[in-house]
Each structure stands twice: as structure tokens, then as C-alpha cells.
Design a protein around this ligand. Structure first.
Ligand code: DGY
Length: 296
């Protein structure tokens, strides 16, 4: 049984997989018969890619989000799909709080201010005052494992929490209208693609902060850029609609903090994700039930 991977993954668990072919390009330049397991992150896996792997039986996705894997196409061909949930919630929640603080207290702009030698007037006359987290309202969109961990952390900072999810919480538009900080924690699906539309972005209060550590396509990126260029709101963005492309106009804005999809990027968490990924592949190889089979 042969395994192909689009990259190697951090942590000791990775070495438990043997006979692994590291693909030089994706999609593969030519059909690869005999490959039964594909280990991947970040790449698209749809009908065209699957056609190049005629013997494939498992796509093991590194990450909790599997929006780039075409589940219907996999199901049609009898290919199972697994993901790595449950081990990255704390790391993603931590970075979310980091982005909230960075935006509300101008951390990145302040760092730049000092480095560029522009600090000349002492502490009592800062260029721009930040906003307290204590007493501010955090609106959490999507209240699953990650959203709840964000809420717990924000509560410790004295924030008031409101949330929206399909089954309960407050209506999305009310959340957007009333929260000082809005943080997105829904998966990217056909229902959430473009969920935060131009009209919904316009509901945000002046001086509100939008934080996205989920998926870029959940927000109308063009409309978000326009709101940010106007200076009406601020944003902490770890994800973008067409990664690694970041809209050019964001690069010079002081009211945006940009990170390169690193919410889960700690030694501990990425290693734990590899552990879960490898456990799924080993279960498959041993003919056991897959611990994290994605059910569409
Ligand atoms: C995921 O797991 O889906 C991520 O976006 C990587 O942190």
C-alpha cells in the first residue's frame, strides 16, 4: 500500500508512516496508480485530482477544515476523508485573542511607530488611544469548540459575550450591529461562503473590530477591504479568500493586523495535529474504523 503526501508534517508521529512518496507538484504531473492514501494540507482535491489517483481510498486532511476537499467527488469514488479536529482549539483561540488585543490596542502600529523613530512626546500624548477589552462586547459567530474557547478567554478579559450559531444565540445581524468585536468561527461551507456580505459588514458599528481566524471566503473580501480603507472599522486577519494572496490595499493600512494563516501554528499543536492525522492513516492501514472520518 503506498502513501503519497503533498508535504512533510511536524512532530515525531510523522516518522511512524513508511513508504511515503513526497509529491513534487500538485496536482501530480501524471497519473499515479498504486497510491491508496493521500496525505494533504492546503491543496484542492476535486474530480480532476482524484482522476490522477485511480487507486485512492483515503484522503487524510491535515487540519480541521476540509473545505478544499470535494467530499461528493470522494464519496462517489469510495474514497474516505479524515481531518484533525479537537487538538487545535486552544491555539486558535489564543491567536484570536492576540489579534483582538493587537487591533484594540494598536500593537503592531505602535511597534512600527517606535521602530521608525516617531515617538517624540512621552507617554501622555499617544498618537491614538486604544479601546478597553473590559466592558466591551465580543460577538462570536459560530459557537463550536473554538468559538467557546475564544469566549472563555475573552470573559477572563472582562468582555461581555454574545454568540450566534445556527441552532441558538442571537440573530447574526443583531450581533453584527451590537458587538464591539466580532470573531468568526464557522467552517467554510456553501452556507457560510460569503456569510459576512457587504450588507452585513455595513451593520458593524463605527470603530468595531472584525477578527477572522476561520476562512477568508466567509467574508466578502472586496467589501471588507473597502471598509478598512475607509478607516471605519479595524480587522485582525489570519485568513484570506485566495491564500497566499493578500489584497494589496491592506498592506499599508494601520487599522489591519495581518498574519499568514498561523492560528494553529505552535510546536505543540501542529505536532498534535500530525499525531491525529497519522492515527487516522494507521487505522486505515490496519483496517480499523477511522477515528476522524468526515461525514458530509
Ligand atoms: C485548519 O485546521 O483548518 C486550519 O485552518 C489550520 O489551522
Amino acid at each position: 500500500m503506498r502513501i503519497a503526501t503533498t508535504q512533510t508534517f511536524p512532530g515525531p508521529a510523522w516518522d511512524e508512516l513508511h513508504d511515503v512518496t513526497l509529491l513534487e507538484s500538485w496536482p501530480p504531473a501524471e497519473p499515479l496508480p498504486g497510491i491508496e492514501v493521500l496525505v494533504e494540507a492546503v491543496v484542492a482535491v476535486g474530480p480532476e485530482e482524484l482522476d490522477l489517483l485511480p487507486d485512492l481510498r483515503l484522503v487524510a486532511n491535515y487540519g480541521v477544515g476540509y473545505d478544499r476537499v470535494d467530499l461528493a467527488a470522494c464519496r462517489e469514488r469510495g474514497v474516505a476523508v479524515t481531518n484533525t479536529p479537537g487538538v487545535l482549539d486552544a491555539a486558535v483561540a489564543d491567536l484570536t485573542l492576540g489579534l483582538i488585543l493587537a487591533c484594540r490596542r494598536h500593537l503592531v502600529a505602535s511597534d512600527r511607530f517606535v521602530r521608525e523613530g516617531r515617538w517624540r512626546r512621552g507617554w501622555a500624548r499617544p498618537e491614538r488611544l486604544g479601546r478597553d477589552l473590559e466592558g466591551a462586547t465580543l460577538g462570536v459567530v459560530g459557537f463550536g469548540r473554538i468559538g467557546r474557547q475564544v469566549a472563555t478567554r475573552a470573559e477572563a478579559f472582562g468582555m461581555r459575550i454574545v454568540f450566534h450559531r445556527r441552532a441558538d444565540g442571537i440573530p447574526l445581524d443583531e450581533l453584527l450591529r451590537t458587538a464591539d468585536v466580532v470573531s468568526l468561527h464557522v467552517p467554510l461551507t456553501p452556507e457560510t461562503d460569503g456569510l459576512i456580505s457587504r450588507e452585513r459588514l455595513a451593520l458593524l458599528q463605527d470603530d468595531a473590530t472584525l477578527v477572522n481566524t476561520a476562512r477568508g471566503a466567509i467574508v466578502d473580501e472586496e467589501a471588507l477591504v473597502e471598509e478598512l480603507v475607509s478607516g471605519r472599522i479595524s480587522a485582525g486577519l489570519d485568513v484570506f479568500a485566495d491564500e497566499p494572496r493578500v489584497p494589496e490595499r491592506l498592506l499599508e493600512l494601520p487599522n489591519v493586523v495581518l498574519t499568514p494563516h498561523v492560528a494553529s501554528a505552535t510546536v505543540e499543536t501542529r505536532g498534535a495535529m500530525t499525531r491525529v492525522l497519522v492515527d487516522n492513516v494507521l487505522a486505515f492501514l490496519h483496517g480499523e474504523p477511522l477515528p476522524n472520518q468526515v461525514v458530509a
